[in-house]
Each structure stands twice: as structure tokens, then as C-alpha cells.
Design a protein around this ligand. Structure first.
Ligand code: SAH
Ligand code: SF4
Ligand code: F3S
Length: 474
């Protein structure tokens, strides 16, 4: 899979742990170095850019080489057990580095820090710092503490922290696409999910700071922004001066008006909250991309109720109909969990049929992983044996593979406006870009006057399950 394929994905199976160095960093500007790896969802990758900004102000420059670092940070994820295991394994690898470099500080940030708190210091003796997602402003103080040999912890969650005034340092950027965090936390309490516990209460960021960030990115040559939140449709901010309520639809419109050549995407939408107003706003602006990530989780109403998703199978499928009614060319993708507590074979097949009905272009698919402290862990037995979970997941993956292929075959012969993001990973003679529907398109460069950030019309001639292959047409 193309590395760039992964740039716009919300969730955590891809690009995990990739080391980052800032875009256009001046290596001589800083007296100390930090190395950061990010795991989990795009919110975490976005937070790492806030952390980089805070550390730059403290005289720490980023390095891609952890052997050079004075401070190693892992920005961690707790969403599934496997995500935590990956981080623990990585920590034991850093233990070896620390043995040969005693002054090295090792810090755990993000959701695992929040979930395990000071316990992490007991379990992982080499960790010096534990900092939760709302406490990054205290990093300079905590680093100072850790430098004197104390263990430093701050895992306080906040009701209002949005880091609105901190300009993220774009890490490992392609200079064309960027993420903008518009809210933090989640109030939804899906019974399987640890996020409300690790990220705290939902809060929306000042709309004008979001707009200023989008304008700044555009003035620096960026051509696409993705507005990020666990549940973007519940964005809500009141402009007290103008006495104006800014909903997600209003915010989308404001960002779309920054420039017709700035593409706008967003993630994630909750099926219960996405409104007609949002759909009509998308339809009214060509530069708001025709793509919605609309996680279903399960296609069975009883299971959805246990999951506390607050919609039924019928409600969800009606949303899909509504999207297609208002924007017939809209791409739709999903998140799906196989083998949630008490799920029967028939209920599992409801998920497969809902996938067929929704004709997803792409999905992130998981088997259920019980998380300590969640509603499901307290209320229901995790009673589906692992081999059955895995078999059901495999069936879900097979359906999705078929749907992805069918979706791509339907695009053969069509022409799309594509934003060039860079070279194809396989060949420097080909460009890599995406269409409005978020599909990756690879095409020969043809003439050499084009560059990343340009829009071109590309006709699709061929495809694989994951990628469209085309040619530029004039
Ligand atoms: N806020 C987003 C999702 C964030 S987590 C939303 O509501 O859609 C990303 C995905 O991880 C979820 O959509 C879900 O499919 C999956 N997930 C969350 N908790 C999980 C668990 N305990 N086991 C397996 N998958 C889980
Ligand atoms: Fe988790 Fe549900 Fe919130 Fe998404 S909406 S982060 S799945 S609790
Ligand atoms: Fe994201 Fe993982 Fe936390 S998905 S919000 S980093 S638990």
C-alpha cells in the first residue's frame, strides 16, 4: 500500500510508530533533540504536532534518529489490546538504548498514559514521564522535573483545553495536506470504547482559531485540510461577540470559503449526528470533498443497542440513502467490529448485509477487544471465542474486498479532478493523488510542468482493489 494512502486515514492500523521530523527544521537552531513516535488515530498524530511546537519553544529540535535524542516520546493508543502491546514492546526496545545512554529521558504520552497513569511508572521502570492528552502544556515543567531524576506525571483531563493558540509544527509533512483538530474528547460512551476515558469530555475549539490555521496553511501552499474530531458533527461553538452559534455545517462552510482551491475533508462522523444541513453544505461547495467516513460498527439493531450507538440498522441505512440522494457521487467508508459480546451468527450476517447495502468504498475492520473500565467490560461478558471473532472478521474483510473492487471497477472510464500530492511510491515517473471521493489515483507525469499541489483531470483506465490507475487528460 502507498505510504500516502495512509495519510488521510483516521484509525490506527497504519503508519503506526512512524518517526517524525519537522517540515523545514533547522538542525542548528536547537540545543537538545527529541524523538517522537505516534500510534493510534489521527488525533494523536495531530497532538504530536502540538507537542513538537511546545518542545521547539523549549529549545528541543526533532530528530528522526532516536540514538541522537535527549528525549524519546511515544504518543500512545489504548483503543485495542494489540495497540497497547505494540507500545510495550517498543518500550522494551528503548530500555536497551537507555542502558547505554543513562541521561536519556523516556516519556509516554497520549491515551495509554491517561489510562494507566502512574501505574505505567511501576510497570515500565524505565519511563520517566507520563503525560496525558490534556496536559501537554506542562511538558516543559515535567521535563525539568525528570531531568533532576524525579518521575514526572500529569494526567489531568480538562473541560476546556483545545490548544487553540498553539500553532502545530507540521511533522513529516508533504506540504500539501494537513490535519486541523477542531474538537477534543468524546461524550458518546459507546460501550466498547475507551476514548471517553482517555480523552475526557467533548469540547469544541474556537472557530476563528480553526479558520486562522486553515488560512495560514493555505498561504503556505497547502491545498487540503482535514478537520478532525471523534465526532465532528457535534461541533458547537458560540461566537459571543456576534452572538452567533457555529455548528459543524457552519464551520465547514467557513473553512470552504477560505479558497475554492483549498480542499476540505473531515473525520469522523457519527451516524446519529450527521445532519441534512451538513450534507447540503457539502453539496453546495465543490471543494468540500465528496467523502464521508460513517462508522456502522454493527449491522444489527440489538448489537447496536448493546454498543450504545443510539441508532438502529434502519436509521443507519436511511442515512446512507440520504447521503446518496443529496450527493450521488459521495464516497462512504466505515468502521466495523466483529464478535462483540453475545453477537450471534445471524447478527453477524446482518453486518455483512448492511455492508452490501451501503456499498462501502473502504472500511477499517476489527475484532472486538475488551477494554478495562468500559461499559461493555462492566456489563457484558466477552463471550465470543477468539477463533470465531477472527473468522467473522475474515468474512467481513472478504465482503469489503469485493465491495472495494466493485467500487473501483465502476470508476473505469470516468474522469476525476485529482490533487497531486507527490510521487507515486513505486515510481518517480508517476504522480500520486486523490480524487474528491478520497480514492488514490496513480498516473504518469506526462509533461514536467506540473508539481505537487496542482489539480489535474485524470481519466481512470485501470484499477486494483486499493488504487485507481489513470492518465492526465487536457
Ligand atoms: N470516534 C470514532 C472512532 C474512534 S475509535 C467513531 O465514533 O467512529 C476507531 C474505531 O475503533 C471505532 O470506530 C471502532 O470501530 C474501533 N474500536 C473502538 N473500540 C474498540 C474495541 N474495544 N475493540 C475493537 N474495535 C474497537
Ligand atoms: Fe468511541 Fe463512540 Fe466516542 Fe467514537 S463516538 S470515540 S467509538 S465513544
Ligand atoms: Fe485515538 Fe487510540 Fe486514543 S484511537 S483517541 S489514540 S485510544
Amino acid at each position: 500500500m502507498e505510504m500516502q494512502d495512509l495519510l488521510n486515514k483516521t484509525h490506527d492500523e497504519k503508519r503506526q510508530g512512524e518517526a517524525y521530523a519537522p517540515f523545514e527544521a533547522d538542525p542548528n537552531q536547537y540545543k537538545k533533540r527529541f524523538y517522537i513516535e505516534s500510534y493510534g488515530c489521527q488525533m494523536n498524530f495531530s497532538d504530536s504536532e502540538i507537542v513538537a511546537s511546545i518542545l521547539n519553544n523549549e529549545g528541543f529540535g526533532a530528530t528522526r534518529n532516536f540514538l541522537e535524542a535527549d528525549l524519546v516520546l511515544l504518543n500512545t493508543c489504548s483503543i485495542r489490546e494489540k495497540a497497547e502491546q505494540t507500545v510495550r514492546k517498543r518500550l522494551t526496545e528503548f530500555r536497551k538504548v537507555k542502558e547505554s545512554k543513562p541521561g536519556l529521558l523516556i516519556g509516554v504520552l497520549g491515551c495509554m498514559a491517561e489510562r494507566l497513569k502512574a501505574k505505567l511508572l511501576e510497570e515500565e521502570k524505565l519511563v520517566d514521564l507520563v503525560v496525558g492528552p490534556d496536559a501537554y502544556r506542562s511538558l516543559p515543567m515535567l521535563i525539568e522535573e525528570a531531568e533532576t531524576g524525579q518521575k514526572a506525571v500529569n494526567v489531568l483531563l480538562s473541560r476546556d483545553e483545545t490548544y487553540a493558540d498553539i500553532s502545530p509544527v507540521r511533522l513529516d509533512s508533504n506540504g500539501i495536506t494537513a490535519f486541523i483538530s477542531i474538537m477534543r474528547g468524546c461524550n458518546n460512551m459507546c460501550s466498547f470504547c475507551v476514548v471517553p476515558f482517555t480523552r475526557g469530555r467533548e469540547r469544541s475549539r474556537d472557530a476563528y482559531s480553526i479558520l486562522a490555521e486553515a488560512e495560514d496553511l493555505f498561504s503556505r501552499g497547502f491545498k487540503e485540510v482535514t478537520l478532525l474530531g471523534q465526532n465532528v458533527d457535534s461541533y458547537y461553538w458560540v461566537d459571543e461577540q456576534k452572538d452567533e452559534v457555529i455548528t459543524f455545517a457552519k464551520l465547514l462552510e467557513k473553512v470552504a470559503l477560505v479558497s475554492p482551491t483549498l480542499r476540505v475533508r473531515f473525520s469522523t462522523s457519527h451516524p446519529k449526528d450527521i445532519t441534512d444541513e451538513v450534507l447540503h453544505t457539502m453539496a453546495a461547495h465543490e471543494n468540500i470533498c465528496r467523502y464521508i467516513h460513517l462508522p456502522i460498527q454493527s449491522g444489527n439493531t440489538r448489537v447496536l443497542q448493546l454498543m450504545n450507538r443510539t441508532y438502529t440498522r434502519e436509521w443507519y441505512l436511511a442515512k446512507v440513502d440520504r447521503i446518496r440522494e443529496i450527493m450521488p457521487d459521495c464516497g462512504i467508508s466505515s468502521d466495523i467490529i466483529a464478535g462483540f459480546c453475545t453477537e450471534t451468527e445471524a447478527e453477524h450476517r446482518d453486518t455483512l448485509s448492511a455492508m452490501e447495502y451501503s456499498k462501502y468504498d473502504m472500511s477499517y475492520m476489527f475484532f472486538y477487544s475488551e477494554r478495562p473500565g468500559t461499559l461493555a467490560e462492566r456489563r457484558y461478558e466477552d463471550d465470543i471465542p477468539e477463533d470465531i471473532k477472527k473468522r467473522r472478521l475474515q468474512e467481513i474483510i472478504e465482503v469489503q474486498n469485493k465491495l472495494s473492487k466493485e467500487s473501483n471497477l465502476k470508476d473505469l472510464g470516468k474522469t476525476f479532478k485529482v490533487l497531486i500530492e507527490g510521487n507515486s511510491k513505486r515510481s518517480e515517473f508517476d504522480w500520486y493523488g486523490r480524487n474528491s471521493q478520497n480514492k488514490v489515483i496513480i498516473f504518469p507525469k506526462k509533461d514536467y510542468t506540473l508539481q505537487p499541489g496542482d489539480y489535474v483531470q485524470v481519466k481512470v483506465n485501470d484499477c486494483t482493489q486499493a488504487t485507481l490507475i489513470g492518465e492526465i487528460i487536457n
